[in-house]
Design a protein around this ligand. Structure first.
Ligand code: GAL
Length: 340
């Protein structure tokens, strides 16, 4: 009897064991089958990410703000599934020592290409030497290094606009007015010149060539006032206010080397009770959107398009060529256009 009981017990245990084991085995078998029939996972495409270091002389600059925004968005628009650009843009805050440190940091971080808007054009040689030692090409923008500095290495280029052209266009805008800019009819165009940073060829050439266009057109000129406003609106306002207080109705034209300063000068003109287009003329350069609107409204006589879109795209295209190991011409010019 005991033997029969033991046999039944063993049988019962064996059934229980089989019953417990079976459900666990089934899913494992299914998983294996699934794995066997699934298509092999596709290999992800290899992505190359290039590091692009951008140095801007100063973020607080109307024109260079438009420029750097377009630079970044255009570079991003060139990305593909397999090519990405890791862009870092630094603010030089108008301090060359700070910008030099930023370049050092970029090089230490292993950027693949640099785009540099120098704080001081005269420091190009220092920056080129560092980049050359690291084998990293440089696209200089907006502030032109000297011709000698541009010969230092075949992996540097300059993207800019010929500032002589912008100055000439400013002068031509005034010379083509019915009274040729002589609002008070005394036979002489008496002008105020508000300059950018005089170290910058843009400031030098715009100052020189705007007046040359008048004298080339046979117009007699008289310089009443000339001071540096360093491209800044507040300084443009301050200097124009000083000039208006000093020379009053004698002033026919206020030439500003850029629109930022012209915006400031406009505030001073209004505060002095003068009316642009009636008893005074005002010209700038850049064609900032607000200034183009003012030209349409007649509150600014004219401006000159400094093509930040063309320049930023040209700079990025040059950088991309360097990344592809291609050669780039030393000078890449973008034209100005009159807005009057
Ligand atoms: C000029 C521009 C100015 C200022 C300057 C900075 O080309 O007209 O508004 O941005 O560059 O270097």
């Amino acid at each position: 009897m005991k033997k029969i009981l033991a046999f039944v017990l063993i049988l019962a245990l064996a059934f229980t064991a089989i019953a417990c084991a079976a459900p666990a085995a089934a899913p494992a078998e299914e998983a294996t089958t699934e794995a066997a029939t699934e298509p092999a996972a596709e290999a992800a495409p290899a992505v190359t990410t290039y590091k692009v270091g951008v140095c801007i002389y100063k973020f607080d600059d109307n024109f260079m703000t438009l420029y750097r925004q377009e630079l970044e968005s255009y570079l991003k628009s060139l990305e593909t599934d397999t090519v990405k650009y890791d862009v870092t843009i630094m603010d030089g805050k108008g301090d060359m020592a700070e910008q030099t440190n930023q370049v050092d940091t970029f090089l230490a971080q292993g950027v693949d290409v640099l785009i540099v808007n120098l704080v001081q054009s005269s420091s190009a040689a220092t920056i080129t030497d560092k980049a050359k030692a690291a084998g990293i090409p440089v696209v200089y923008i907006n502030r032109e290094p000297s011709a000698d500095d541009m010969k230092a290495w075949d992996k540097i280029c300059y993207v800019g606009a010929d500032a002589r052209q912008s100055g000439t266009y400013q002068g031509e805008i005034i010379a083509s007015l019915p009274n040729k800019g002589d609002q008070n009819g005394d036979g002489v165009v008496s002008y105020v010149m508000i300059m950018g940073d005089p170290e910058n060829v843009d400031a030098q050439y715009r100052t020189e060539f705007s007046i040359k266009a008048l004298t080339d057109a046979g117009i007699q000129v008289e310089e009443l006032f000339k001071q540096r406003g360093d491209w800044a609106q507040e300084k443009g306002q301050e200097l124009a206010a000083n000039a208006l207080a000093q020379f009053g109705d004698k002033i026919d034209v206020i030439f500003c080397n850029n629109d930022g300063m012209a915006l400031g000068a406009y505030q001073a003109i209004v505060a002095a009770g003068r009316t642009v287009g009636t008893d005074i003329y005002l010209v700038g350069v850049d064609a900032l959107p607000e200034c183009v609107q003012m030209v349409k409204d007649g509150t600014m006589t004219g401006t000159v398009l400094n093509d930040h879109i063309g320049q930023s795209h040209t700079a990025v295209d040059a950088a991309v060529k360097y990344l592809a190991g291609e050669t780039v011409e030393t000078y890449l010019w973008v034209d100005y256009q009159k807005v009057s």
